[in-house]
Every structure is written in C-alpha cells, then in structure tokens.
Design a protein around this ligand. Structure first.
Ligand SMILES: Cc1ncc(COP(=O)(O)O)c(C=O)c1O
Length: 413
C-alpha cells in the first residue's frame, strides 16, 4: 500500500512568490532579459569585514552551543546595545535565518489549532510557518488608502477569539513598506498585554526606514517584557541572505526556555554564519547610513516613475524594500504571467509578485502587485519603463483601453 502524506503536508502552501519562476525561465530561454522585482534578494555586496571571517573557519566544522557561540551572541548583544536596547546574551537565540525564529516563536507561543492575529497583506511565508505549526492566521485588513497602517484598538478587539495567542507584526513591513509609528505600536502592545498575548515583532528590515523616520523596536517598549518576542535576521541588513543567520530575542523566560529547548532539538545554528556575523561589529555607523541612502534612492526612482503611470495607486513607501501598488488591471496574476509570456520591450520584461498571495482573505489584492527594489538604479529605471509600457500594452491586449482620467491619478492616496 502506498503511504500517504499527512493532512499538514497536503495543506502546505507552495510559495506564491516563486510560482511564476517557470514562465520567467521560459522568457530567459527565449533570450528576454527578465528584471526580477519579485523577491527580496538584495544585489549589494555582503560587507568585506564580514566575509573576511570565513578565513577563520576551523579544521572541524563542529556543532556550536544551541543558542549560538558566546562570540556570536556577544556580537548580537553589542549590535542591540548600539541601537539603544540593553539585552543579556541569555535573551538571544541564534537561529537559521529569521525564518527559524518565526517558526520557534509560533510553536512555542501557540498550540495546535490556536489563532495568530496579524494584518494583511502579510509576508506570505507566515502562512507556511503557521501551517507547519498547526495554527490559524486571522488577518485584519489594512488598506492602500491608509498607507497600510495598523487598525485601531476596536478592530483588534473584534478579531480576538478564545484561541488567539499572539499578534504578529512585521515592522518595517514586507510587503507594504509601511513603518509603524510609536503610537500604533503602543496600541497593539497594550492590546497584547491586556489580553495576555505574545507580541511577535518581525524586525528583519529594522534599519530600512526612510525620510528621517525612526524605527521603534518592540524591544524598546517599557513594561512589555513578558509579551515581546523579536524576530531578527542578518539577511537583509548585511545583504547576507544565503548565510542563514537570524535570531529570536525575548525577555520572557518561559518563552525563551521553550525556544531554547527547540534549539537544542535541532542542535545548533549554522557555524560558518556565526563566524561571518562577528564582522558586523567592525562596521561603523556609515554602513547603515549608506544602506539606507541606497534603498531610499531606489525607492524614489520607482515611486516617481510609477506615480506618473495612469491608474497606478500607491503611497510613498516608508521603509523595507518593498511596496504594494494597485494597478489599473483586474487580475494581477494574469498580468504578471502575461508580462513574462507575451511582452518585452527592447528585449526586456519584468517579474512582479501578484499580491493575492499576500492576503488571507480570498479576493483581496486582485489588482495589486508587490514590487521589491533590490536592483541597482539603472536597472530599476529600465524595469519601471518596461512595466509602464507593459501595463498599457496589457490593457490593450485585454480590451480594456486607456485608463479613464478620473482614475488616472494617485491623488487622495
Ligand atoms: C518579513 C520577513 N521575515 C523573515 C524573513 C526571513 O528571512 P531569513 O530567513 O533569510 O532571515 C523574510 C525574508 O524575506 C522576511 O521578508
């Protein structure tokens, strides 16, 4: 008899971000250059100060302590000290990317069949982790018109169920690029404290806040030590996605203990990555300033060009390196596929992520796409030109005609 995979295995969603890859591959085989605006894989160099540490690789690639080497934990502690957050190394567990930290937080903070409250659109892999952990995501909608900012307290209260165990916030937000203000964060934190919930804050894009904004870490909120769990990562901050190092931070001893035991179960975080991480303390403040300036300049190129396209609705993104834009189309999946299979301009096309995969509520995001600006400026300029021409050509091909002038501006957003 053939063995069958579990219900959980069957329910595991496939990545909506990667769904269009075969069409992109086919376009490349036809000789079309595909600009990837779909995934958050930065093109910047991992800082040499970090790469240099690979030369210290020992003769034996041994397991490290389960929470990370003392040196790696001290480096992470020093990183937080520099951004004004005092932690003990016993508050930090090094993980295999921020991804493992999300999974640990979910599995330790909620049980089979429990609810995780979050806002949509959200980072699609939260759905994958929730499925692995047997949790249900309960999503509160946020809207482009409000810059995808957080809902008021009443909305959180209305969404509460007897099974809600945590609120999961991504700040700065992937996919919307929204940076939450101290006030809205406080509302969410108060709600968590009053209702006995964990506040899991995914801050992997912490540094990437633009136009002089200040990021407020959930770890800096006084009086929420028992509620707050932070998910962090070196992937985006140091353009080091492939080394697979992140961490989970919490001052809640019980939650730390549960996550630590999970960490023991999987033995140790990646050893080479922990060596590379040591180089982070050698980077001066200029490193982050340069990083922010680069992404802000890229954001500006895309924003300026996109808001000139008739019918495109978006707010100026505040952080991270993504945004969600509403396009003058009806079906973003069809549009994204068509761009790869039917369109090119001067031998080039673009790959964007259809937004429905970032929503839990069926039907939402149908005319939206997520765009990541992880390409250098000259490529972005070309990519946005291709996108604009592609949009017009797509509307014509689908018999939609030019965008009516009444909906042809970004005004009001
Ligand atoms: C919001 C968010 N959280 C977590 C991750 C996980 O990153 P990693 O596992 O590379 O640290 C990502 C990656 O794109 C992300 O966008």
């Amino acid at each position: 008899m053939k063995p069958v995979v579990s219900e959980r295995g069957r329910r595991m969603p496939s990545s909506p971000i990667r769904k269009l890859m075969p069409l992109a591959e086919a376009a490349r085989r036809r000789g079309v250059r595909v600009y990837p605006l779909n995934i958050g894989q930065p093109d910047l160099e991992t800082p040499p100060a970090m790469r240099r540490h690979l030369a210290e690789a020992p003769a034996v690639f041994a397991y490290s302590p389960s929470a990370g080497t003392p040196e790696c934990l001290a480096t992470l502690q020093e990183y937080y000290r520099r951004i004004g957050i005092a932690l003990s190394t016993d508050d930090i567990i090094a993980t295999t990317g921020g991804s493992e930290a999300v999974l640990f937080a979910m599995m330790a903070g909620a049980g089979e069949g429990d609810d995780v409250l979050l806002v949509e659109p959200f980072y699609t892999n939260y759905q994958a982790f929730a499925t692995m952990a047997g949790l249900r995501l309960v999503a509160l909608p946020t809207r482009a018109e409000d810059g995808f900012h957080l809902p008021p307290r009443e909305a959180w209260e209305r969404a509460l169920t007897s099974r809600t165990r945590m609120v999961l916030l991504c700040n700065p937000n992937n996919p919307t690029g929204t940076v939450y203000t101290a006030e809205e964060l406080q509302v969410a934190a108060d709600f968590c404290r009053d209702r006995g919930l964990f506040l899991v804050a995914d801050e992997v894009y912490r540094e990437l806040v633009f136009d002089g904004r200040k990021h407020v870490s959930a770890l800096s909120l006084a009086g929420f030590e028992e509620n707050v769990v932070v998910v962090d990562s070196l992937s985006k901050r140091y353009s080091a996605c492939g080394i697979r190092l992140g961490c989970l931070v919490t001052r809640n001893r019980d939650l730390y203990g549960a996550c630590f035991r999970m960490a023991q179960g999987r033995l140790s975080p990646p050893g080479l990555a922990q060596l590379v991480a040591l180089g982070a303390s050698e980077l001066g403040p200029d490193y982050v300033l340069g990083l922010v300036a680069e992404y802000q300049a890229r954001r500006d190129i895309l924003y300026e060009a996109l808001r000139d396209i008739p019918g495109v609705l978006m707010r100026k993104p505040e952080g991270a390196f993504y945004f969600v834009a509403r396009l003058p189309i009806e079906d973003a999946e069809d549009f994204a596929a068509w761009m790869l299979s039917d369109f090119s301009l001067d031998g080039a096309t673009v790959l964007v992520s259809p937004a429905p995969g970032f929503y839990a509520t069926p039907g939402l995001g149908r005319n939206e796409v997520r765009i990541a600006y992880v390409l250098r400026k000259e490529h972005l300029e070309t990519a946005v030109r291709v996108l604009a021409r592609g949009l017009a050509a797509y509307r014509e091909a689908r018999g939609m005609g030019p965008v009516a002038t009444a909906t042809a501006t970004t005004s009001g957003l």
